[in-house]
Write a protein that binds this ligand. Structure first.
Ligand SMILES: Nc1ncnc2c1ncn2[C@@H]1O[C@H](COP(=O)(O)OP(=O)(O)O)[C@@H](O)[C@H]1O
Ligand SMILES: [Mg+2]
Length: 336
C-alpha cells in the first residue's frame, strides 16, 4: 500500500436497504488534513462509520492506516481518534471521567487514562471545566469534550464528523485552531466532514467531495482550484498557433474559437501568454485573470456533476460552456 495514504478504498459501497448511501467509492486520502465535503445526505457520516468498522460495507474494500476495515475494525479504532457527529457523551458524568472512560474503552490502564484525560482536556481548552457535569455544558464545551475523548490515546489520525457544527464564532475559532495545531505542530492527520468552507480552507489542504453517495472530486485544494484559476484571452489571428505553442510549453489550454482559457498554475502565466502570442503573431484583445474561492470551486464541481468528474484534469477538459465566463465589463465581458 502507498505509505502516504491514511485511507484507501476500492469500490466501497453501502446500502441501507434499497437506499444506496455510498456508491462504488475509490478514494485515496493522503497524510495531512483532508476535508470530506458534500451536501446533507451525501454520505459523509456513513463513509466515516464504514471505514471505522462501525457499520458494515455492502461491497468493496478499504484500509485505514493499512488496516482492513472488514477484519481489523478494533485495531483501526485503537489507532484513530473518532469524534462523532452527534452527542456521544454521558450527561451525568463530569468531563474528566468521561474522557478517562474513552481511554479505558481503548484498553488504557485507568491511571494512564486519567493522566491523559487531564492533558487532553487541557489541550482542548477545558482544563477549568473538567470536573463539571456534562449536562451543564454548552454545545462548544461538549464538542471540545468529544474532541478530548477522541485524542486521549494520541492517535495519528483524527476523524471528526462536523467538528464545528452548532458552535458560535468564538468556540468555532477555538475548534479550528485546535485542529490546526494537531496537524501543523503535532504532525497528525485529520479527516473532517464539514459543510463550512471557511473552516475547511483553514485546516485542510485536500478535499474529498461526495454527492449522493458518489465521488464528485478528490485531490489537493490547490490543484482542484486550477479549474477556476485561469487566464481568459480573446485572440485574433493565429489562435491555433498560439494554442499549440502554449500546449507545447506545458500549459493546459481549453479553447472555443477565439476564446481561450489557460490554466494559471505557473508563475507569470500572463507574461508567458503575451510572449507566445508575439512569437506566433497572434493578437490578444482581452485578457482576464481570476481565481475561485473554495466555495466557487464547490459550486463549479457541483454544476459539472453531469460529467463524470473525478479529478482536476477531468474538470479542465469539460467544455467551456459548462462554466460561466465572467470577464469584467471593462474587458468586454460581463454576465452572459
Ligand atoms: N441508519 C440509516 N438507515 C437508513 N438510511 C440512512 C441511515 N443513515 C443514513 N441514511 C441515509 O443515507 C444517506 C447518507 O446519510 P449520511 O451519511 O448521514 O450523510 P451526510 O453525513 O453526508 O449528511 C442519507 O440519504 C440518509 O438519509
Ligand atoms: Mg453527517
Amino acid at each position: 500500500m502507498d505509505d502516504d495514504l491514511v485511507i484507501h478504498s476500492k469500490g466501497l459501497s453501502k446500502s441501507y436497504g434499497p437506499h444506496v448511501a455510498l456508491d462504488d467509492l475509490n478514494l485515496s486520502v493522503p497524510r495531512g488534513a483532508t476535508a470530506l465535503l458534500g451536501p446533507n445526505g451525501a454520505g459523509k457520516s456513513t463513509f466515516l462509520k464504514t471505514i471505522l468498522g462501525l457499520i458494515q460495507a455492502t461491497s468493496g474494500e478499504a484500509t485505514v492506516l493499512g488496516l482492513d476495515i472488514k477484519t481489523q475494525g478494533e485495531a483501526i479504532r485503537a489507532r484513530i481518534g473518532y469524534m462523532p457527529e452527534y452527542d456521544a457523551l454521558n450527561p451525568e458524568m463530569d468531563a474528566i471521567h468521561q474522557v478517562r472512560y474513552s481511554g479505558e474503552l481503548l484498553g488504557m490502564n485507568p491511571v494512564v487514562a486519567l493522566n491523559r484525560a487531564h492533558e487532553a482536556l487541557q489541550f482542548v481548552g477545558m482544563g477549568e471545566q473538567r470536573y463539571r457535569e456534562i449536562k451543564s455544558f454548552s454545545t462548544g464545551m461538549k464538542q471540545a469534550t468529544k474532541l478530548a475523548c477522541a485524542i486521549i490515546h494520541d492517535p495519528e489520525l483524527i476523524i471528526a464528523d462536523e467538528p464545528s457544527n452548532g458552535l458560535d464564532a468564538k468556540t468555532r475559532e477555538f475548534m479550528i485552531s485546535t485542529l490546526n495545531t494537531m496537524v501543523n505542530e503535532g504532525q497528525r492527520s485529520v479527516l473532517m466532514a464539514s459543510h463550512l468552507m471557511e473552516d475547511v480552507e483553514r485546516v485542510c489542504e485536500n478535499i474529498v467531495l461526495l454527492h449522493k453517495g458518489k465521488l464528485a472530486a478528490q485531490g489537493r485544494i490547490e490543484d482542484l482550484k486550477a479549474i477556476d484559476r485561469e487566464v481568459e484571452i480573446h485572440v485574433w489571428g493565429g489562435a491555433t498557433r498560439l494554442e499549440e505553442l502554449l500546449r507545447d510549453r506545458g500549459f493546459k489550454v481549453r479553447r472555443e474559437g477565439r476564446v481561450m482559457r489557460v490554466a494559471n498554475t505557473q508563475e507569470r502565466t500572463t507574461t508567458h501568454i503575451l510572449q507566445a502570442a508575439s512569437e506566433v503573431g497572434a493578437q490578444i484583445r482581452r485578457m482576464h485573470e481570476y481565481e475561485a474561492s473554495l466555495e466557487d470551486l464547490f459550486l463549479a464541481i457541483m454544476e459539472n456533476m453531469g460529467y463524470d468528474v473525478k479529478s482536476s484534469d477531468d474538470l479542465l477538459s469539460s467544455p467551456i460552456e459548462a462554466r460561466r465566463v465572467d470577464a469584467p465589463e471593462s474587458l468586454g465581458g460581463g454576465a452572459s
